[in-house]
Design a binder for this molecule. Sequence first.
Ligand code: AMP
Ligand code: MG
Length: 307
Amino acid sequence: MANLDTYVRLIEAGEIVAFPTETVYGLGADAWNPSAIQKVFEVKGRPSDNPLIVHVSSEEQIHDFAEKIPPIAHTLIEKFWPGPLSLVMKKKADVLDAVTAGLQTVAIRMPNHPTALDFISKTGPLVAPSANKSGRPSPTKAEHVHSDFGAGFPVIDGEATEIGLESTVIDLSEPFPAILRPGSISRKHIEEALGMEVYESFFHHLKNPRSPGQKYSHYKPAAEVRWLTDTDNLQNSSTLFLLMDSDSEASNVVSYRNDLNQLAKELYDRYRQADHEGYESIVIEPFETIDPPIKSALLNRIEKTLK
Ligand code: AMP
Ligand code: MG
């Protein structure tokens, strides 16, 4: 891997660079450079009405992007930053339209990852959507980025990402805060921090979602994803089974021992594996009886992939 300064210079030259965060790999571009941001949309094939999250390395930087920072934003920042929580707030007038897709709000987060923080502290704030082609699973390893964008694509190589699912997005621009995308920071975590009720607004049927990203079907592998039923047979070698508790040692069966954090961490990699190895389906064992904070986000991502 080239050293970090090489990648910093690429960003300064208006290029785009993928880097690891604690959630998934991000595709970084200078948040103040319109042509660099244009490249992000082109390379990803991202619809132009789907806004980007600005990634910062210090709390002060939010003042360059957010016009009104409500007191609850400070409470959440204090409690959860750096971390997987993106805050949507009223934007400053000069924030680029390409960043917000023309909305009057901007999403901002500070990633909890030493490489990401080091990188951003040298480049300044970066927009950083997930570093995958639109419609592919978010990348949780550097090799996923290379498989979507080519072996020569600049990626700051880190480990597999810790959480494996994208950040929680919460809208603070309206009087009542609403979670627009569930993540590993759960509704309960947020309600406890704020001492108030917080709404959830991330259901498929919303006609005019508050988060444009909700309109698009993400994360669809070629293999059919469905829940385990009584009639499933582990001998079916064209199916990849992701089970909660199984002693099978077959190569098409993975047991998570009820550890939903581990399933979240590996989910997108399993989707890619299934496609790569030509599985026809991915069958996941329902996990009604377990309730860790990641559960809502995990269900949300799996439900998006069911056919
Ligand atoms: P990604 O970075 O690929 O995980 O996608 C970012 C997500 O944040 C998408 O679902 C966007 O629609 C959402 N998002 C970004 N900015 C805003 C905003 N200003 N208002 C609402 N949702 C946003
Ligand atoms: Mg994405």
